[in-house]
Design a protein around this ligand. Sequence first.
Ligand SMILES: C[S@@+](CC[C@H](N)C(=O)[O-])C[C@H]1O[C@@H](n2cnc3c(N)ncnc32)[C@H](O)[C@@H]1O
Length: 424
Amino acid sequence: LETWNETYFDGRLSSAVLAHLTQLEHPEQRPEVRAFLERAFRHMQRARFPPSDFTAELAGQFAHIAAMVQEAWEGVIPPFTLDGRHRKIDDYIECHAWFQANPSGTLVDIGCGFPPVTTVETATRFPRWQVIGSDPALPYYLVQDEHGNYALFDEGGSLQYFQGGNGRALDVWQDPESARVYFNTLLQRLLRASPSRGSEAMGSAGTGPWLVQNPAWQYERPNLSFKKGAIGALDMQDIHIIRCFNVLFYFDRPFRARALDWFASILYEGGLAICGVNGFRSTRCRYTVYRRVGKRLVEEEFAFSLDNVRPLGSISWSTFHDDDEETRRLATLVGVLRADKPFQHDFDTRLDALLSRHSLFARNDKGYLVELPSELSPEKREKCQFEIGEQLDKEGYVERAAAVLKQAGYKARRNDTGHVAVRS
Ligand SMILES: C[S@@+](CC[C@H](N)C(=O)[O-])C[C@H]1O[C@@H](n2cnc3c(N)ncnc32)[C@H](O)[C@@H]1O
């Protein structure tokens, strides 16, 4: 930890952050966790992330993800998703010339996760489009208890994933072994009674425990269907738009190259593929937009939300492979922005003022950013952060970031959804 502090943060991490990260330094620590953290720190250094902005909250987020990577994850990619996560990507799609030229078409959400709330939102927003949600891990059984904790199982009754209800999303991972035993026992108990089929909605806390078979069915509607299957193994053709978020960053670059080739093979000529990573409501967002031209995918632009210039969350720098192209690009571009002293000064000063006005964070006497005590739920805090991003865009900071990148030789712009975009 000391070496990391010296190497990546000039030895300036706060004692609160070091205390959080020390918890991760035990002898049985798996190499994947260390590699994950060091990769994130390398990206932060490339992005010129200030050590004084590495908050204890951010360290806590890294610790949570590391716990998932180490203890429970075991190669399974979590189907976790969030309401409203891709709203800005849907804005982007709506403004795009290809969408405007095609009053109806087919959009596939690859790796849609479960419950597929973002796919449902897209189908609701674009009623004249056929939307298909696809995922290799669409569950066969859903088990939910009276507290809203739930688990997903495959046909053979093997546990695929479990999650805590009502804002306790990550806590249940703290003792994954007990959680596994708990949900397996619950499944066996509920299987003795007959399961309801996917026509029933997932219940709210207080109404369980219950078991649903093929739970994706409950989300189907005239313009929304689901297909179980992985990239490269789904039978589809003539797709107008592919959205693939929070999926490819789990894989290495050769996989990504094969995925893009497959996207090209199932798209209409001229069709769009948009893939990347999103946090809450398209904060901490980074993505690449491709177009099928002459049977190949050609990059249109790489874009990111401005909050990545000094993100409060860990997902901006979280990657699972050293060769993750989008995160490297993000870190490089943010590094260019932060190297521009007038921009960095004005952006940081304004962001500090907004964080303080929303009672989220303030500077202590040593200049370190610290979380303010607050009654706000994690969800409300995220919402404030989203609003701060919108405010900074209104005040012209996205345009200004694009101008800084242009000055540095990039073909940059503020795209229609208010993100900083560069073209190759
Ligand atoms: C973190 S979730 C993303 C959910 C949603 N797209 C979002 O952005 O919130 C990642 C999903 O990728 C799916 N996945 C894993 N391997 C995949 C593959 N080879 N092809 C397609 N999806 C895959 C997982 O089953 C999981 O549901």
